[in-house]
Design a binder for this molecule. Structure first.
Ligand code: G6P
Length: 598
């Protein structure tokens, strides 16, 4: 949700910032902009559209600059346009800022400034930051930044340039991530580590309310009261290969092909000596009576998949969207444990939901793919997924890694509760078999299915039990990157309303991997076929019936973990349909990968 970059050092600030913005583009691509010190002046260039448009506009400009800030935007306040693009200059052009987050009290602040005669140039909440800094009467820039942080309500990562302080950048953060990178050629600021790979050898994750001040020589950190803090740097352990597309046409395709690796690495983690499950206190696990799984989007769907797995092991699970958990009435439940799932570990709703659980003294476990993320610092216990950096907006390999971790966690809870010795991953052999089958999976029917979808008007995904959870994820993938109207529902619920929408222009994709539910699902298939829809069946079973227009065969495994397999062709289906439609699957309309605002 918006990407921020800053650079000060020996290299060309323009090149460093534009390259960083390309890496951060998955966080938003409504507009992009850059501001650098050029001969003592703040030189600003910003443009609606993707970073490539900005790169084109900057071609012969900003030639000899060594300090600046940049931004790629996911619009919240104000439409995607040149005027609403970041960076923002103050009215007198003496202060320049970029912002990620939402300033919740911006209307009050803006109103006060307008009363003082300040004229605003945009409709954003962010511009108020530059204007407040301009109006500040504090004697030093550092004090102005401190005063600013006391005035703002909401979430923010902000980088600031002050005219007169050439080659210096100030930054603050609250509830939005910001990282300082250090290299022999200078200092960087970035919304995430990925943009610093190959650029820096060490990085520092800014803490809540921390203020940093960077110049050519050094980086200084302060707390809210402006007391100097020591900076902890971590070694950069990602390589360019981890974050590049390699020979793949899109990140999403690369990441789908990495699904088997993501499962394997996540199993290996729990087999290693740093087995994260062993860090969970046994008495806590033994006494748990109620598990609440919380997440957003794909992470929530992973939770739903695990709910069925847990139920089979007599563990009661409730899955709640983080955005709902935050605002629903809190009811205390005996011996509750909350599990938060987040690929990025930066999703605002999930972080806030975790804070609420903590306020009520509920123990918290987080399952996340980014070890340095905000949510990791807040949770009591962390179970890492090992999918590696996921760049495409639509999550794929992280989903499989999440359900792998959840299967392991549910097994662990079951074993502890039932006093069964469980030192390693119970599912190890079965999951390795899944990895092997996915590595050799043939997507040959998927092109034809994409074509069928494009020839029709609407798509439904249906399933029963755990297959419904897979339907949810399959439908989410398709709609988010191909902009095709798609819904998922419980197969048994069709006749209670949705059947009214089924006609000859409808494709219904039925996921049926559970033997005991198969005949019931077949009944739904006959009902759909009778209304003229095209029926596609995704299953490992051998089926002979005229009611099916297309069979997507999948390899078999223990039916408890079939969700690892059944989602695989559906991820590819979403990808291929988007590509066939001429869309960029890595940058779906209106979406961003890391949703750091509410
Ligand atoms: C966004 C992304 C989804 C992701 C969701 C939750 O909507 O586009 O792919 O599933 O956020 O993100 P998280 O990082 O918390 O898993």
């Amino acid at each position: 949700m918006c990407g921020i970059i800053g650079y000060v050092g020996k290299l060309s600030a323009k090149n460093e910032i534009l390259a960083g913005l390309k890496m951060l583009e998955y966080r938003g691509y409504d507009s992009a902009g850059i501001c650098c010190f050029e001969k003592g002046e703040l030189k600003l260039i910003k443009k609606k559209g993707k970073v490539d448009t900005l790169i084109e506009v900057c071609k012969d400009k900003l030639k000899d600059v060594h300090c600046g800030i940049g931004h790629t935007r996911w619009a919240t306040h104000g439409d995607p346009s040149d005027k609403n693009a970041h960076p923002f200059l103050s009215e007198n052009n003496n202060v320049c800022i970029v912002h990620n987050g939402i300033i919740e009290n911006f209307e009050t602040l803006k109103g006060n400034l307008q009363k003082q005669g300040v004229r605003f140039r945009s409709e954003t909440d962010s511009e108020v930051i530059a204007q407040l800094l301009q109006k500040s009467k504090c004697e030093s820039e550092l004090k102005k930044v401190q005063e600013l942080s006391n005035m703002l309500v909401g979430s923010y990562a902000i980088a600031i340039l002050f005219k007169g302080l050439e080659n210096q950048i100030f930054a603050i953060r609250k509830n939005s991530p910001l990282i300082v990178g250090k290299s022999k050629d200078g200092y960087y600021l970035s919304s995430d580590v990925n943009a610093l790979v190959d650029k820096t050898t060490e990085y520092h994750i800014m803490e809540e309310d921390e203020i940093v001040w960077i110049d050519n020589e050094d980086c200084y950190a302060f707390n809210k009261n402006l007391q100097a803090k020591e900076i902890t740097y971590l070694p950069m352990n990602l390589s360019k290969q981890d974050i590049s597309r390699g020979t793949f046409e899109h990140y999403m395709l690369k990441e789908i092909m990495q699904v088997p690796m993501a499962i394997k690495m996540t199993i290996n983690e729990c087999e290693s000596i740093i087995n994260p499950y062993n860090k969970l206190p046994k008495d806590l696990i033994r006494d748990v009576k109620h598990l609440t799984i919380i997440g957003c989007g794909t992470a929530f769907n992973a939770g739903m998949t695990a709910e069925h797995y847990a139920r089979e092991r007599d563990i009661i699970v409730e899955c709640v969207y983080a955005s709902e958990y935050r605002y629903r009435k809190f009811l205390s439940q005996e011996n509750e444990l909350c599990i938060f799932i987040s690929q990025s570990g930066e999703t605002a709703d999930t972080i806030e939901a975790l804070k609420i659980a903590k306020e009520h003294q509920i123990p918290t476990i987080v399952i996340t793919n980014v070890s340095t993320s905000t949510i990791n610092k807040l949770a009591d216990y962390v179970i890492p997924t090992k999918a590696g950096p996921e760049i495409a907006v639509a999550s794929t390999k992280a989903y499989n890694a999440q359900i792998t971790a959840l299967y392991n966690l549910m097994d662990y809870i079951y074993c502890v509760k039932n006093k069964i010795n469980c030192r390693t991953c119970i599912l190890k052999d079965k999951l390795y078999d899944v990895v092997n089958k996915l590595e050799n999976y043939n997507f040959d029917k998927i092109d034809e299915l994409s074509q069928l979808i494009l020839e029709n008007e609407r798509v439904f995904f249906i399933g029963r039990g755990v297959d419904y959870a897979t339907s949810q994820e399959a439908s989410l993938k398709l709609k988010e990157i191909s902009n095709i109207h798609s819904e998922s529902l419980y197969a048994g619920e069709l006749k209670h309303g949705t059947l009214a929408l089924i006609d000859e222009n409808t494709v219904v994709i039925v996921i049926a991997t559970q033997k005991h539910l198969f005949d019931k699902t077949m009944n739904s298939i006959y009902e759909i076929k009778a209304r003229g829809a095209k029926v596609v069946l995704v299953t490992q079973f051998d089926v002979q019936t005229d009611a099916i227009d297309m069979l997507i065969s999948i390899p078999t495994t223990d039916q408890a973990i079939m969700a690892e397999i059944s989602i695989y062709p559906m991820q590819m289906l979403a990808y291929k349909t988007a590509v066939l439609k001429g869309l960029d699957p890595d940058k779906p309309r209106n979406l961003a990968k890391s949703v750091t605002v509410e």
